[in-house]
Design a protein around this ligand. Structure first.
Ligand SMILES: NC(=O)c1ccc[n+]([C@@H]2O[C@H](COP(=O)([O-])OP(=O)(O)OC[C@H]3O[C@@H](n4cnc5c(N)ncnc54)[C@H](O)[C@@H]3O)[C@@H](O)[C@H]2O)c1
Length: 339
């Protein structure tokens, strides 16, 4: 994709900032929109920046004005702790964002809208065992997502289907399965398992201990950000209009994920288990048959991707430590100076 006028919403977040950067570097005019800017990308990665609350229709109209393509990644969301605890705000905020963005795209005659749905739309009854069968796109129905976040995403998918049928909106829908990478949230309560485990291992002492949520035998598959971006662009450029899985089909337990990170760290770390912590479904994997037929499969191995995340989080933690020690030194100096 090159030479286009493109809006990326959620461009202050993890996937949105990486996507905006890629599209900007590929010579597109990129308008970046978010309600706040707390991502970790330092260099300029967009042509234009607008700070807007997309829960308001008039802001969605401002955001999409004169754009050819819209990638809607804005959402109130987080990892398993956040989506287990928060229901009403997720449903309220994201329903408004997605509905008004679709309406604004129609009003402003946007050529195509991309929507980021989630693997959380899949029904709980298909995800009760760790050795789970990969979820096909058609497994979504009969519907029974695990949490409010999943219901809200499924509703948004249906809403876009209705807008497409009744008003001719041209939409593409990806169901992301655990996207991870550097420059994502790694602290504060919204982080996901790869970043949280990297932070715990990096912060632990050489012979330390980390806490695993649950018994660690629950399973997931993880897709590296660079692969995800290629999948998003492939889907946006394709004629495929049904929801599509973008993820990985390599199933690992949380214990295996933790062991990969511990090995990268070179530390001798023990795992202790918190059986009361939120865990989500027992097992979840992605079937990529349709994505493969469209010419896309993930390429980055979990070991390689996790190494990048571990090194990035370690350097971020180092920066925080450095800042703190500079602050302590200067404060200590001030306190010592007595008249
Ligand atoms: N990261 C994943 O593994 C994953 C998995 C499934 C689906 N998704 C979906 O992909 C999209 C991007 O996810 P992410 O991981 O980058 O999340 P993120 O939280 O890092 O980014 C979302 C961004 O949306 C912005 N936002 C929230 N409310 C807004 C509002 N009212 N107006 C404007 N902006 C607002 C946030 O400030 C944030 O920067 C989301 O729709 C998410 O639901 C992500």
């Amino acid at each position: 994709m090159t030479g286009k006028k493109i809006l990326v919403t959620g461009a202050g977040g993890f996937i949105g900032s990486h996507l905006a950067k890629k599209l900007f570097n590929e010579d597109n005019f990129v308008r970046a929109v978010d309600i706040k800017w707390d991502n970790y990308i330092d260099e300029k990665y967009f042509s234009e920046e607008l700070t807007l609350d997309l829960r308001k229709y008039e802001n969605c109209v401002l955001a999409v004005k004169d754009m050819d393509y819209v990638f809607n990644l804005a959402a109130n969301m987080g990892g398993i702790a956040f989506i287990t605890e928060v229901g009403a705000d997720i449903m309220h905020d994201n329903t408004l964002i997605n509905f008004y963005m679709a309406k604004a795209c129609l009003a402003e005659k946007v050529r195509r809208l991309f929507f980021s749905s989630s693997a959380c739309i899949y029904p709980t009854y298909k995800q009760t065992a760790a050795e789970v069968k990969p979820l096909k796109e058609t497994d979504a129905y009969p519907a029974n997502p695990d949490d409010f976040y999943g219901w809200e995403k499924l509703y948004a998918e249906k809403m876009l289907e209705a807008f497409s049928r009744d008003y001719g909106l041209d939409a593409r829908i990806a169901r992301f399965h655990n996207i991870y990478g550097p420059e994502g949230t790694y602290k504060g309560g919204r982080e996901k398992s790869p970043a949280a485990l990297c932070r715990k291992v990096s912060s632990a002492t050489e012979d330390g201990e980390i806490e695993i949520w649950g018994d660690g035998e629950q399973t997931r598959s993880y897709c590296y950000i660079d692969d995800c971006l290629k999948g998003i662009i492939m889907l946006m450029e394709s004629d495929y209009t049904e929801p599509l899985n973008i993820g990985s089909d390599r199933l690992v337990t949380i214990n295996e994920l933790a062991d990969i990170i511990i090995k990268i760290s070179g530390k001798n770390i023990a795992k202790k288990y918190n059986l009361n912590a939120p865990q989500g479904v027992r097992g979840r994997n992605a079937d990529l048959t349709i994505a493969e037929s469209l010419g896309w499969l993930p390429e980055v191995s979990l070991e390689e991707g996790i190494r990048n995340v571990y090194l990035w989080i370690t350097s971020e933690l180092e920066k925080v430590k450095q800042k703190k020690s500079n602050f302590d030194t200067s404060t200590a100096g001030n306190i010592c100076v007595k008249p």
